[in-house]
Design a protein around this ligand. Structure first.
Ligand code: NAD
Length: 493
């Protein structure tokens, strides 16, 4: 039997086992075999990590000049660039995501640290126009305290950067809880945090399950804010947990993102964008464009071209540079996708391609690009987030009709429109109830572009210039500017 790689947690600048010495294994989705083991954090480990973060918050970190803190963030960015290949490899083994994506992403994520490094010394306060004589008042932005950052297994480096970079830039300290489904990358990242010279306790990384670890973290009385990315059910638990410690919560949740292709669209471009949106990362992306509406006049022609493109997608080993789609990350995903497809077909959905487990490997969780024609978008595959390479396709007639259909889902994360008429692109974008709309493109991220949804896709934006303020609280300071004693102590005004 191959020896498993062993990871430790990173608490207060030290590499530690869990106090119970309990561990759990993480599987390689390519062959369904365990390849590493990580500590299973108990409530006691959570308490140690949060207390380490609190101690660091009471220490020098928030007092360091903002520009100097920015230099620490740049050091993290540099470490990411220097170690992108290693980080990419580990993420690929742990999640099944393509190395061509994980490697590039590890490099690109460095930009988020650079971006917030630059913003660290640009958050200003205000001078208030107070309605009283001899009074001057100002507002300043102060750090919040200990932040709990909870991330899922997909795009962890990105989802960590959008929380960690602004949090550190503003002087907060952080406990990151990685996903139990793919914890290894986060520990490799913790090694880079150490190499970047971040003072001890400022960033702590723990591994464990939703219960007890996630629950203990999100209800800990020293945690002031929970920045969460994951599913809506977990989000509901977290909100309940936050009733214990009254922490602020920001939520980046799932999606069932609609895409409309109008008759005048550049079809080749639309096919590229739709392919990227639903088959990129094997569809395991929160912004996956999984509901496709094609206008009547081009429906048959466009669907045929799209199906031909989907059938050409090269399925294979995630480390192989030629592979375009790797395995799903875990068995639960595979089962859920199969269940939803079965129900959809029973209710009249017609499979254009895919639809059944792929034979590439008998061991891994391979599922092919799947396109299903649906009469209506209430069929299970068209309504539920499947988090896999499954595209449900519907027909539409008018702009008004498609807007109504696009909005008829509980989620509101992303959306897409393909049309050469940019006025229509803008009209549809304004009408769609979603946090993001892509016009004639899809699946892009940038440090300067706010990311996040509305409706059941959550609240609170990540990335972008304003996100830095989400890691501060406004403080008001009053000055009395006269030498004369004034106010009547028994009358407030
Ligand atoms: P999940 O909600 O099951 O788990 C996410 C994290 O929450 C994990 O670290 C897990 O251990 C933790 N957790 C579970 N129970 C908890 C509890 N009671 N208290 C505290 N923490 C708890 O999600 P998943 O299956 O790992 O990821 C897939 C989901 O994430 C999808 O719904 C997807 O759309 C969503 N997602 C959203 C975005 C976004 O930015 N909007 C990005 C990626 C993924």
């Amino acid at each position: 039997m191959t020896k498993l790689k062993e990871y430790k947690m990173f608490i207060d600048g030290s590499w530690v086992e869990s106090e119970s010495k309990k561990t759990f294994e993480t599987l390689n989705p390519e062959n369904n075999e365990p390849w590493a083991k990580v500590p299973e954090a108990s409530t006691k480990d959570v308490d140690l990590a949060v207390k380490a973060a609190q101690k660091a918050f009471e220490g020098d970190w928030p007092k360091i000049l903002p520009r100097e803190r920015g230099k620490f963030l740049r050091a993290i960015g540099n470490q990411l660039r220097e170690n992108a290949e290693l980080l990419g490899k580990v993420e690929t083994i742990d999640t099944g995501k393509l190395f061509r994506e994980t490697n590039k992403q590890a490099n690109y994520i460095a930009e988020y640290y650079d971006y917030y490094a630059g913003l660290a010394d640009k958050v200003e306060g205000t001078v208030l126009p107070i309605d009283k004589p001899n009074i001057q008042a100002i507002t300043t932005r102060i750090p919040i305290g200990v932040i709990a950052a909870i991330v899922p297994w997909n795009s962890q480096m990105f989802l960590t950067a959008t929380k960690l970079a602004p949090a550190l830039a503003m002087g907060n300290t952080v406990v990151i809880k990685c996903s139990e489904l793919a914890p290894a990358t986060m520990f490799e990242f913790a090694k880079l945090i150490e190499k970047a010279g971040i003072p001890k306790g400022v960033v702590n990384v723990i591994s464990g399950f939703g219960e007890p670890c996630g629950k203990a973290l999100t209800s800990h009385d020293l945690v002031e804010k929970v920045a969460f990315t994951g599913g809506p059910e977990t989000a509901r638990h977290i909100i309940r947990n936050s009733a214990e410690n009254l922490s602020e919560v920001s939520l980046e949740l799932g999606g069932k993102s609609p895409v409309a292709v109008f008759e005048d669209a550049n079809q080749e471009n639309a096919i590229n964008g739709i392919t990227a949106g639903i088959f990129g990362a094997t569809g395991q992306s929160c912004i996956a464009g999984s509901r496709l509406y094609i206008q009547k006049g081009i429906y048959n022609e466009f669907l045929e071209k799209l199906t031909t493109r989907a059938n050409k997608i090269k399925i294979g080993a995630p480390m192989d540079a030629e592979t375009e789609m790797g395995p799903l990350s875990n068995y639960k995903q595979l089962e859920n996708i199969e269940k939803n497809i079965k129900l959809t077909v029973e209710q009249g959905g017609k499979i254009k391609c895919g639809g059944k487990r792929h034979s590439f490997s008998n061991k891994g969780y391979y599922f092919p690009p799947t396109i299903i024609e649906c009469d209506n978008h209430n069929l299970p595959s068209a309504e539920n987030e499947l988090f896999g390479p499954v595209l449900s396709v519907m027909k539409f007639d008018s702009e008004e009709e498609v807007i109504k259909k696009m909005n008829d889902n509980k989620y509101g994360l992303s959306s897409g429109v393909y049309t050469k008429d940019l006025a229509r692109g803008l009209r549809v974008s304004k009408a769609i109830r979603a946090g993001i709309t892509f016009v004639n493109t899809y699946r892009l991220i940038s440090p300067s572009a706010p990311f996040g949804g509305i409706k059941d896709s959550g609240y609170g934006k990540e990335a972008g210039i304003d996100s830095i303020k989400d890691y501060t609280r406004v403080k008001t300071t009053w000055f009395y500017t006269s030498d004369e004693p004034t106010l009547d102590p028994f009358s407030m005004r």
